[in-house]
Each structure stands twice: as structure tokens, then as C-alpha cells.
Design a protein around this ligand. Sequence first.
Ligand code: IMP
Length: 177
Amino acid sequence: MEHTTELISAASIAARVDEMAARLDEDYAVLGELVLVGVLKGSFIFLADLARRLSIPHRVEFIAVSSYGDRESDEAGEVRLIMDVRHPIVDKHVLVVEDIVDTGHTLSYLMRLLLARGPASLRACTLLHKPDRRQVDVQIDYVGFEIPDTWVVGYGLDFAERHRTLPNLCELVVDGS
Ligand code: IMP
């Protein structure tokens, strides 16, 4: 059996997302339209909240990837593209919006993929970052929270598709382990 214990409250998430949106408003104010590329499925709630707090002009795109093994990218860091963005990003200001950066393989793959398409700029934003788990050196421009090496669910993040719609971020505790 498993249970969840709160790591970050819904109120703390909301406050941090406010701050991140304010930073983006500032940083992109003079650049024109921003293309937010949400990484499915985990980022859908974070992206929805972040996008609705932005004052700058923006468009929303989604991209979906999967790692072999499907839980997290494996040691070899093999990541597959499952669904691409709908519109070309050439000459656009692009921000990749991730739920969590763990080993860094997924983000590194996405940044390489999107950079090759000639965007005007390309940055990465993640709600959560597990610095202790990093295997790949990839730049993250905006980080919501740094968290310890633990499995997190809620606010879009799942464990085997469960707990994704919890309003807060919780640590998944497997009882008896
Ligand atoms: P990375 O390629 O190892 O950085 O893994 C990133 C992906 O693994 C994320 O987009 C999530 O889908 C998944 N992931 C990593 N850690 C967690 C977690 O604690 N909870 C839920 N999903 C996670």
C-alpha cells in the first residue's frame, strides 16, 4: 500500500507560480510573443496556472515524450517523442515548461530537439528540480522549487497515473518500505 504526505501546499504553489509569472512578464516584456511548450502529461496543471497569470502575449503548445521504462528516463537516457508541437517555432521565443527535472535526460533531449529548429530564443522552466538526481548538465532558466530525492505526486505529477489531480504536491510513501 501507499499513502501521500504533503510536501508543498496549494497556497505555496500558487504564491510561487505568481512569482514565476511576474519574472517571465519582466524578462519577455520587450521580446514579443512567447510560445509556451508544455511537456505532457505532468506539466498540464502548472502550465495552465502559469499561463493564466501571464500578462505578456503568449501561445500554448504541447509536446509529449516518453522514456523507455516509462517511469523516468532510464540510465541510458533514451527519450522518445510521442507528440510534436503543432506549429513551427522558427524565429519564436520559446519556453519549455516542465513539471520536474530529475536526471535531466528529458529536458536535455527536448532542448536539443527544439534548438535545431531555429527559435529566436529557447529557455527552460520547471516547477520542481531534484538537484541530487541530476546526470545531465542542462541549463534550467526558471525553477519553482528544489526538492530532495523523493517521488512527488499531485499538481499534475503522477505515480502510475494515480494522484495526478491532487491540489498540492505530495511525497509518495510506499508503506512497509
Ligand atoms: P528526467 O528525464 O529524469 O529528468 O525525468 C523527467 C520526467 O520523469 C518528468 O517529466 C516526470 O515525468 C518524471 N518524474 C521524475 N521524477 C518524478 C517524480 O518525483 N514524480 C513524478 N514524475 C517524476
